[in-house]
Design a protein around this ligand. Structure first.
Ligand code: PLZ
Length: 446
């Protein structure tokens, strides 16, 4: 791995005092008076700066970043290309509203999305602000195009926190509890979860299990869309068995439904390909993107077959901020960074290093499985000798890493997954140092 992009901050893990330090503690006290307690934070420290593979807090502690703000700052939290593009864009105009006075950046991002998503056919795109908003719009488009209502989603799915996407998200706590009633015509079926499915179940078998229920409980002719994350994110970085996604896509084609890939977390170079669907050779009709798309600026998109995207009446989609010009400039710079800095190959290299460092820990003690692709990797914790989820072990490992200066996130329906989402620009030394800490925490848990 070559050196990371001109890092401003020294790329080294360093705790200079207690965590949290005095300034973070002071901010936490102010926060508790001003910020709703419904909003939680993983880290007890407040950010001052972030660059390459590290985050500096307000007390001078430097953490290795294995979280990227939930798979967002893949090109780094202050990639020089993104910073320069944002500075240039903001000098001219912060906003005009694309629905009022359009601008080139929006058009270019749509061109780039059409060029990079799988599928060799005419595509069009529309831009929004958040992942959830883009998922909602993908559903709106699919419903208009098919003139049907039903949306099929999966166990362990995460699609957002708005009313429709809460209905699509599987886990009740913390995402849905008390927030209903939820949107209708959303149907959930089992996914492919190789670690927890019957031994040897193939992707095709898992797909048949799901599609049989769709046929019997929803009715093939009522399905507007199947929406699935090609690698499930919040649900536990679940990589479906080979052939599962392809079978679902084929069913959609045969039954006139739209196959929507929610690539919000897995997309945009994260898994060692522009889009995670590519690993399975699957060509979605519609792809939803967000997170990494704009180097940390809020931007999301829906890109799909032109005839689907154009089926909605003029002015049927939109929003004040969707495709903000500064976010579009950041996105174009982030796309350039992925290419110029070889970040797809770097994502693959990250996977190789992680698998190498952790190889002898997998299947030992509480670590049931190491899975994922590229820089989207996860450790599933179990009660030793069983497949029973062990959330306490995941929490303890993440806490131990944090105490040593490594920011690591957990996830999973059962809360028993530690996920690794390092920036793709992370230097190999920092990566190995962080993994050494993680390895030590694993050994301590055995
Ligand atoms: N689809 C696949 O991963 C966001 C959310 C964390 P927004 N995932 C992180 C949290 O606790 O809120 C996500 C995703 C997939 C949709 C979304 C939603 O994207 O930008 O958070 O709305």
């Amino acid at each position: 791995m070559t050196t990371p992009t001109s890092p401003r901050l020294e790329q080294v893990r360093r705790l200079v005092g207690p965590v949290p330090g005095p300034r973070s503690t002071e901010l936490a006290a102010r926060r508790s008076k001003a910020v709703s307690s419904a909003i939680a934070s993983t880290m007890p420290v407040y950010a001052a700066d972030a660059d390459g593979g590290v985050i500096l807090d307000v007390d001078g502690n430097t953490f290795i970043d294995f979280g990227t703000g939930i798979a967002v700052t893949s090109v780094g939290a202050s990639n020089p290309r993104v910073v320069a593009a944002v500075q240039e864009a903001v000098t001219h105009f912060t906003h005009t509203c694309f629905m009022i006075t359009p601008y080139e950046g929006y058009v270019r991002v749509c061109e780039e999305l059409a060029a990079r998503t799988p599928g060799d056919f005419a595509k069009k795109a529309a831009l929004f602000n958040s992942g959830a908003e883009a998922v909602e719009n993908a559903v709106k488009v699919a419903r208009v195009y098919t003139k049907r209502d039903a949306i099929v989603v999966f166990d362990h799915a995460y699609h957002g926190r708005t009313n429709l996407t809460m209905a699509m998200t599987s886990k009740v706590m913390p995402y849905k509890q008390g927030f209903g009633p939820f949107a209708g015509e959303v149907y959930r079926v089992p996914t492919s979860y190789p670690f927890r499915d019957p031994e040897g179940m193939t992707g095709a078998e898992a797909a048949r299990r799901a599609l049989m229920l769709v046929d019997k409980q929803v009715g093939a002719g009522n399905v507007a869309a199947i929406v699935i994350e090609p690698i499930m994110g919040e649900g536990g970085f679940i990589v479906p068995a080979e052939g599962f996604l392809a079978e679902l896509a084929a069913w959609c084609r045969a039954n006139g439904a739209v196959f929507i890939a929610d690539e919000v977390q897995a997309g945009f170079a994260r898994t060692g390909a522009w889009f995670a669907s590519e690993h399975d050779g699957v060509v979605p009709d519609v792809v939803v993107v967000a997170k990494g798309l704009a180097g940390g600026m809020p931007l999301s998109g829906v890109v799909g077959r032109a005839e689907i995207m154009d089926s909605v009446h003029p002015s049927g989609l939109g929003g004040t901020y969707g495709g903000n010009p500064v976010a579009c400039a950041a996105s174009l710079a982030a796309i350039e960074a992925v290419e110029a800095e070889g970040l797809i190959v770097k994502a693959q290299r990250i996977e190789a290093v992680v698998r190498e460092v952790l190889a002898d820990q997998v299947g030992v003690g509480v670590l049931g499985e190491l899975r994922g692709r590229g820089a989207m990797l996860a450790l599933e914790f179990v009660v030793p000798g069983t497949r029973e989820p062990h959330p306490d072990a995941a929490r303890a490992v993440a806490q131990a890493c944090l105490a040593e200066g490594v920011l690591i996130l957990t996830c999973g329906t059962f809360g028993n997954i530690v996920r690794l989402l390092p920036p793709l620009v992370i230097g190999e030394d920092v990566l190995r140092d962080g993994l050494g800490v993680l390895r030590g925490a694993l050994i301590a848990q055995r």
